[in-house]
Write a protein that binds this ligand. Structure first.
Ligand code: FAD
Ligand code: PYC
Length: 405
């Protein structure tokens, strides 16, 4: 079958690095590639390189369960996730690349009074802001997702659910590839297998470039978008960032005929699930409870998640699992991202998306490009400062993160 692929053109070019760029982005995940794309498209800055230590999209972008939603609690977050949602809605057209955005609805299960109160608070906040989110009875939840067990004798009975109908999924690899192709077409250099090992500064303290496994590359500005390895990279410039990196795991089943029509999440029992277009059930867990850079994680975490899935959806008890993996997520103390200038002139950081940054990809990339190009934040990312951890102006989204930490 691969014979048929002969003669296919590479989707992006793989040029030799220039001596110097106006902007270097560290990390070719969706956020970094997207930032490069929007720098070129919206700000006319095309002398840009994205440096990636492995292969593009091989970090959390290619490892996540692709859930997209904007049902967060605070205005700062709603701005960003809704900005992102609107970009998702037009992204395939904008990139001329099918990212398979599928707004099939994200339903969050409520198992107790605390869940119910918390979800209703989110629903009211979202609706005041014009974001769709609604409360469902158990019967309505079952009608939306027929495999769900809503019986009173279930091990984890539910007392309702919050539904964001515009939420859904997208194809993670296509997001990375689509941004890569579109950025490359606008002149951005994407350089894979190029690990950044140092950040150099001039006598005035401003960045001058990066040391890499392929030698020194000069840069007027540097944007760090390295997810789970952000603290490692920022240390190269002597900047401390309040992040903890830990594994987050997911797994997929053997392919099934279409059976699961939406996305369901249950933070309380540590499980979320959807069905991919290939037919696999895509299932994810809560984070492992220790800091680590291991992209595997503990077996008991995923068996615990599967226990929960089998209780919520008894019809899946005999389904076989095919593969599992982990990614390294970078969590902040308030579970909101950081997108900010830093104490080092010319150095910008985009991080702290933790367990929930896939949904933010186009919005975050778009706003990070604005920050780098203009040297000042957009009103939508103005709250995501590093300083908030000193001043106490936190944006506590622990509940909306909806993945157990
Ligand atoms: P990445 O894709 O990780 O990109 C960072 C890149 O930086 C990597 O490719 C890395 O190799 C590179 N890099 C690091 N250090 C260096 C260096 N020194 N030099 C050069 N390159 C470097 N979010 C959701 O919204 N919905 C979900 O359903 C969801 N599920 C998840 C499930 C799992 C199992 C995991 C792990 C995460 C999940 N997330 C989810 C979170 C989401 O995946 C991330 O927040 C998001 O993908 C981060 O994108 P990114 O582009 O910032 O990072
Ligand atoms: O942020 O929606 C999310 C999410 C789902 C699974 C992992 N993260």
């Amino acid at each position: 079958a691969m014979r048929a692929h002969k003669g296919w053109e590479a989707q992006w070019s793989s040029p030799e690095s220039r001596k110097e760029y106006d902007v270097i982005i560290i990390g070719a995940g969706g956020h970094g590639l997207g930032a490069a794309y929007y720098l070129a498209k919206e700000h006319g800055i095309t002398n840009v390189a994205v440096l990636e230590k492995g292969w593009l999209g091989g970090g959390n972008t290619g490892r996540n369960t692709t859930i997209i939603r904007s049902n967060y609690l605070y205005e700062e977050s709603m701005h960003i996730y809704e900005h992102s949602m609107k970009l998702w809605e037009g992204l395939s057209l904008d990139l001329n690349y099918n990212v398979m955005y599928s707004p099939r609805g994200v339903m969050m299960l409520s198992h107790n009074i605390h869940d119910q109160q918390s979800f209703k608070r989110h629903i009211h906040a979202n609706r005041l802001y014009g974001i769709d989110n609604e409360w469902l009875t158990p019967e309505q939840a079952k009608a939306y997702c027929p495999p769900l067990d809503i019986s009173k004798t279930a091990r984890y009975p539910i007392n309702g659910a919050a539904l964001q109908r515009r939420g859904g999924t997208a194809r993670h690899d296509a997001v990375a590839w689509g941004f890569a192709r579109a950025a490359s077409d606008r002149g951005v250099h994407i350089i894979q297998n190029c690990e950044v090992t140092g950040i150099q500064r001039g006598p005035d303290g401003r960045v001058t470039g990066v040391d890499t496994t392929r030698g020194f590359i000069g840069a007027k500005k540097i944007g760090v978008s390295a997810a789970g390895h952000t603290t490692v990279v920022m240390q190269m410039a002597g900047v401390r960032v309040p992040l903890q990196s830990s594994p987050l795991q997911a797994l997929v089943s053997e392919p099934l005929k279409p059976i699961f029509p939406c996305v369901v999440m249950s933070n309380t029992v540590h499980a979320y699930i959807s069905q991919s277009d290939k037919g696999e059930l895509v299932i994810g867990a809560g984070t492992d409870q220790y800091n680590s850079y291991s992209q595997t994680g503990g077996l008991q975490i995923i068996t615990h998640t599967l226990d929960a899935i089998c209780e919520l959806f008894p019809m899946f008890r005999r389904v076989k699992m095919m593969r599992s993996w982990g990614g390294i997520v970078d969590n902040t103390p308030d579970r909101s991202a950081i997108q900010s200038k830093t104490p080092v002139p010319g150095l910008y950081v985009n991080c702290g998306w933790g367990t929930g940054g896939f949904k933010a990809t186009p919005g975050s990339a778009n706003l990070f490009a604005h920050l780098i190009a203009r040297d000042e934040p957009h009103k939508f990312n103005a709250g995501l400062t590093l300083e908030r951890f000193r001043t106490g102006r936190l944006i506590d989204e622990a509940a909306a993160a909806a993945v157990a930490h």
